[in-house]
Design a protein around this ligand. Sequence first.
Ligand code: ZN
Length: 228
Amino acid sequence: MSKVYLSPERRPAPHGKYWGMNVYEHDVCVDIAALLASMLTAHGFEVKTADPAKDMAARVKEATAWGANYYMPVHTNANTLGDKEGTARGPLVLAYDHPMSKSACQMAYDCLMEIYPGNGQGVRVNKDFYEIIQTPMLSVYPELAFHDNGEDARWLVSNKEKIALALCRGICMWFGVEWQDSPVTEIPATEPDQEELERVIQERDAARAQVDALKALAEEFVKKVREA
Ligand SMILES: [Zn+2]
């Protein structure tokens, strides 16, 4: 079973204020990571999500010791210091400078672009970020959209589930896991079959008991007739 380690933005408020709202990067990224974790679990992955208190070095260490196959930080982006609204927009996925990382990042990016209403920033090689250059396993680093832009900030807060689903799709694609739109609702669909089977067995047993009772009655009747 493939293991996915999720590392949502660690720094709490006031880091990463969303433009025009009282929302911060940490909270949105933690929410999306939680949604993503349950979707990945439903698709058969083992998932571990970083404790908010852990710093990046502790996270990479934990993921490595656990044997993670895929490491995904979850962030939203900014290109200003928050004093004025940013103009940059759209998803960006940061890759390690290796063909394997680039293609896994491209899959995540393509899935995000299926739901993002506009132009994105593409896949870009990054040679500085700790969780890209110090991860011994594959790392796919999405910057989901720009939270210092009002339109992007609104898109982020109102599409957490869609975004998590897109990230899940990108990960499934990488591991060749067959995609199911809603595995969570499809799994219980097999349960009525089991119930149906149990119902049929119960009916059969009830019918058998009825036949046995009738036989006993008939035997008793025959016996009485013979005795008479
Ligand atoms: Zn961040």
